[in-house]
Design a protein around this ligand. Structure first.
Ligand code: ACO
Length: 349
C-alpha cells in the first residue's frame, strides 16, 4: 500500500500588516498586553474587497502545485479547510476548483477550525493510501478580519486572529518509511460552546422563549439574523480563553506523544514540531512539557497571529522555505481548537 508524501507546499499572506498598536484605534488594548498573553506582534489582514478566503487559498495552492511539478488540471481531489468560508454555502472547495479551472473533480470542505488542516490531510491521506486519487490538493485558508468584533467588547478574541492561507499537494510514494506515517484525530463536544460562533445557525436558542411560540415559519425565518443579534454582538466568535488554554495544554502534548508512540519514536527523534499557532504561550508550554529544544519547534504567531486552519500549512511552508525541513527529517504537525478537536500527523520528509 502506498503512503502519502507532501510533493509541494505553498503559502500566501496578504501584504497588509496590522500591528498591535494599529488595533488601539478600535479598542482598549495595548501592545504589551497582547505580546505578554499571546506572543503576537502583528498579523496580516486581507484586502477588504479584492481578497477572500478562497482567493488566498488559490494563491497558496498555485505555489504548492507548481512546486509539485504539476498543473491545476492534474489535481484529482480538493480538500479545503476553513472556518470563514466565502459563503454560508457552497463551500470554498468548489470556488477554488472554479477559480483554478480544474477538472470536474470532487471538492470537500472541512469545518474543524484550528484542527481543520490536520483533519483535511488525514482525509486526503486515506484516499491516497487506497489508491483512489494521485494528486490531492489540501488547503487551509482564513479571512478572519471580516468577522471580528473590533470593539473593546470583543478584544479578547479579535487581537488574536489573522488572515492567510497554506496548501500542500499529496501524492503517493512507494519509498518505504517515507511520507505521512500516521494521523490521529480526536474530539470532545462537551465544551463545544466555549469557543464558537453561534450565528447564523439553526440552534434556535433565541426563539425558545414563550413569546415566540405563536410565530409562524415566515416570521421565524426572518429571524435567522436579527437586529438584536447584531446589537448584542452575537454574530462574532465567542471564546472562554482560560478554559481553552487549560484544555489545550493537556491535549496538545497528548496527541503529539500519541503519534510518536504509534511509530515507535520519541521526542528525541523529532526533527521539527509544527504546532498550530494558537498562542505562543501554549506552544511554549507544550515545548517545555515535551522537553523539546528551541530548534525542534517552529513558531511564527508573532508575525501572523492565529490563522486557525491556515496556521499549520503556513508554518510548515515557512520552515521548509527556511531550510528547517530536509529529506529524511521526522516532522510532527499538531493542532487543537474549537469543538474541541485536536489532531496530529507524523511525517518522514
Ligand atoms: N487587551 C487588554 N485587555 C484585555 C484584552 C485585550 N486584548 N482581552 C482581554 N482583556 C482583559 C479582560 O477584559 C480581563 O480584564 P478584567 O480582569 O478587568 O476583567 C483581563 O484582560 C483578563 O481576561 P482573560 O480573558 O482572563 O485573559 P487571560 O489572561 O486568560 O488571557 C487569552 C486571554 C490570551 C485569550 C488567554 O486566555 C489564552 O491564551 N487562552 C488560550 C486561548 C487561545 O489561545 N485561543 C486562540 C484561539 S483558539 C485556538 O486556536 C486553540
Amino acid at each position: 500500500m502506498p503512503t502519502s508524501k507532501i510533493a509541494g507546499i505553498g503559502k500566501y499572506l496578504p501584504s497588509r500588516v496590522v500591528t498591535n498598536n494599529d488595533l488601539l484605534q478600535y479598542m482598549e488594548t495595548s501592545d504589551e498586553w497582547i505580546q505578554e498573553r499571546t506572543g503576537i506582534k502583528e498579523r496580516r489582514y486581507a484586502h477588504r474587497t479584492e481578497e477572500t478566503t478562497t482567493t488566498m487559498g488559490v494563491e497558496a495552492a498555485k505555489v504548492a502545485i507548481e512546486r509539485a511539478g504539476i498543473t491545476p488540471q492534474d489535481i484529482d481531489f480538493v480538500v479545503f479547510a476553513t472556518l470563514c468560508p466565502d459563503y454560508y454555502f457552497p463551500g470554498c472547495g468548489v470556488l477554488l476548483q472554479r477559480a483554478m479551472k480544474m477538472k470536474e473533480i470532487g471538492a470537500l470542505d472541512v469545518r474543524n477550525q484550528c484542527s481543520g488542516f490536520l483533519y483535511a490531510i488525514s482525509v486526503a491521506d486515506q484516499f491516497i493510501k487506497t489508491g483512489m486519487y494521485k494528486n490531492i490538493l489540501v488547503v487551509g485558508a482564513e479571512k478572519h478580519s471580516f468577522g471580528l468584533d473590533f470593539t473593546t467588547r470583543g478584544r479578547n478574541v479579535s487581537v488574536i486572529f489573522g488572515d492567510g492561507a497554506g496548501a500542500v499537494v499529496l501524492q503517493p510514494t512507494d519509498k518505504a518509511g517515507q511520507g505521512i506515517l500516521s494521523t490521529h484525530l480526536h474530539s470532545d463536544g462537551e465544551s463545544a460552546e466555549i469557543l464558537a460562533m453561534y450565528n447564523p445557525g439553526t440552534h434556535a436558542n433565541h426563539w425558545k422563549e414563550e413569546k415566540y411560540a405563536a410565530f409562524d415559519d415566515a416570521e421565524i425565518g426572518q429571524m435567522f439574523f436579527s437586529h438584536s443579534m447584531i446589537d448584542q454582538g452575537q454574530i462574532f466568535p465567542h471564546m472562554d480563553g482560560p478554559a481553552v488554554f487549560k484544555k489545550a495544554i493537556v491535549k496538545f502534548p497528548e496527541v503529539i506523544q500519541e503519534c510518536l508512540h504509534q511509530n515507535n519514536c520519541t521526542t528525541e527523534d523529532l526533527s521539527l514540531l509544527i504546532p498550530h499557532q494558537a498562542n505562543l504561550r501554549i506552544s511554549q508550554f507544550v515545548q517545555q512539557k515535551l522537553k523539546l529544544r528551541d530548534d525542534q519547534v517552529h513558531n511564527n504567531i508573532q508575525k501572523y497571529g492565529n490563522t486557525t486552519a491556515a496556521s499549520v500549512p503556513i508554518a510548515l511552508c515557512e520552515a521548509w522555505e527556511e531550510g528547517k525541513v530536509k529529506d529524511g527529517d521526522l516532522v510532527c504537525l499538531a493542532a487543537f481548537g474549537s469543538g474541541f478537536t485536536w489532531a496530529s500527523a507524523l511525517i518522514r520528509w
